[in-house]
Design a protein around this ligand. Structure first.
Ligand code: GTR
Length: 441
């Protein structure tokens, strides 16, 4: 079902709770066959079903296989005034499958540049003979290039396509030096390092350009045969592509010696469309020890069935390349969707997950994100862990007050006062939550 073009559609977002349609959420603890899931042993089979449903109906399918090479291109042991060991990696992602019987098959590759900031005093990357213990890390894609997360003049400027921002940070669709540091507030690497964590970040456009290019470029361009072999509705969108890239980055981190990162303690984080991406990455890549969704909204942590703010129909009209075409069946038809966002959150179980919203970010439906986080709790409880708990250790009936987190369970939810952003206050919540699970001392 194709939606009318965005311009032809007059969209009035609903923000009135009284007008939220009646809905029933799919039960994460009932198999597609109707059989209930009552023991922890039965969860993996249900989990696999939910992953398959999100693959077919929301994000599309990517290959299981990845081929990744990684090389250190720069190391600076004195970044952030000596507090940080900064490493830049060149990560080459190759076509996942070549047909050896077809000599015409040409191997293609893309390059993702990865910035790795490890606290100087902690990581093995400082070359300390005593080899201090490797640190846990946060891995997140950024929106404008690694050179925008820090004012360090040595960080490479991405040569990939960027959105023309019509300011000093871009010239047409090219990133330029004027953008250095413009996104630093979203990536407070000094603060993250001071708390004993590394930061791993890469530009999402190095993986797949955020334009509707018919999937000729970026990661999809590496695998035309694979994509052509899929049912058209399951062809992967950009979110699936960015997610695949995130797993490739973790492969590269695993392969690179002496980075000073403990790969068994890496959390995946993302904001907005990259928050949707972080949720899906955490769901399908079990190596992530923590999952963080910041203001991810529609197609992310917000319940689609509420249709508050941005809706499935609206997001598919504005961003037709983000999801698979199968998702369009649910335009103005959210109740027919066989999954909803509480199940995307529950796919992290038993690993901890944090969902962050902001009071003024109504478009992303903060209340819908809270309700989804809460509705993921039964899966955690089945696995013997507390889900979302309020300050009294009870299931909360209402979201927390602004600038307060409900974070004593394995699901954390906080509501920052302010607008759509990944702010220092959000990081403080995520760092506090991560301390409970990822720090060993
Ligand atoms: C908006 C979009 C949201 C969110 C946001 C972002 O335009 O409607 O779903 O993803 O972009 O990524 O900043």
């Amino acid at each position: 079902i194709a939606s009318p073009p965005a311009a032809a559609q007059k969209f009035e977002p609903n923000y009135d709770e009284a007008k939220v349609p009646a809905y029933q959420l799919p039960d994460p603890l009932v198999m597609e066959s109707g059989d209930p899931v009552t023991t922890a042993e039965q969860w993996p089979a249900r989990r696999a079903e939910i992953i398959e449903l999100f693959t077919q109906h929301v994000f599309g399918r990517m290959p299981e296989h990845r081929r990744v090479e990684s090389k250190v291109v720069r190391r600076d042991a004195n970044a952030n005034d000596g507090q940080t060991v900064r490493t830049e990696l060149s990560v080459i992602v190759k076509s996942p499958q070549l047909d050896p019987s077809n000599p015409g098959d040409i191997e293609k590759s893309i390059e993702i540049h990865v910035l790795v900031d490890v606290p100087h005093s902690r990581g093995a990357a400082n070359g300390d003979a005593a080899k201090p213990a490797a640190v846990p890390a946060f891995l997140g894609l950024n929106f404008q290039g690694n050179h925008t997360v820090t004012s360090d003049p040595n960080v490479r400027i991405t040569p990939s396509w960027v959105r023309d921002r019509r300011d000093d940070s871009t010239e047409g669709n090219r990133a330029v030096a004027g953008g250095r540091g413009v996104a630093a507030s979203r990536w407070p690497s000094e603060m993250i390092n001071q708390r004993g964590y590394a930061l791993i970040t890469a530009y999402y456009g190095d993986i797949d350009p955020d334009t509707d290019d018919g999937f000729q470029n970026g990661i999809h361009g590496l695998m035309p045969e694979f994509i052509a072999s899929l049912p058209p509705e399951e062809r992967p969108g950009s979110i699936a592509g960015w997610t695949y890239g995130i797993s490739c980055i973790l492969d590269a981190i695993e392969k690179t010696p002496n980075l000073g990162i403990d790969v068994s303690r890496v959390g995946v984080i993302g904001h907005s469309r990259l928050g949707k991406t972080a949720l899906w990455a955490g769901a399908i890549d079990p190596r992530f020890a923590l999952v963080i969704s910041n203001d991810s909204g529609c197609g992310g942590a917000a319940l689609s069935r509420r249709a508050v703010g941005e809706t499935v129909g609206r997001i598919n009209a504005s961003f037709p390349h983000w999801f698979c075409d199968g998702f369009e069946h649910y335009n103005q038809n959210e109740n027919a969707l066989p999954v909803d966002s509480h199940e995307l959150i529950a796919l992290a179980a038993p690993r901890p997950i944090a969902v962050g919203s902001a009071t003024d970010d109504k478009w992303a439906d903060p209340r819908g994100e809270f309700l989804a986080a809460r509705a993921a709790s039964p899966v955690y409880e089945l696995l013997g862990l507390p889900g979302l708990l309020d300050d009294e250790g009870q299931t909360p009936s209402e979201p927390p007050q602004p600038d307060h987190a409900y974070s004593s369970g394995a699901i954390s939810y906080h509501l920052r006062a302010g607008g759509h952003d990944l702010a220092k206050e959000d990081w403080q919540c995520y760092l506090d939550f991560a301390d409970r699970f990822l720090q060993q001392d």
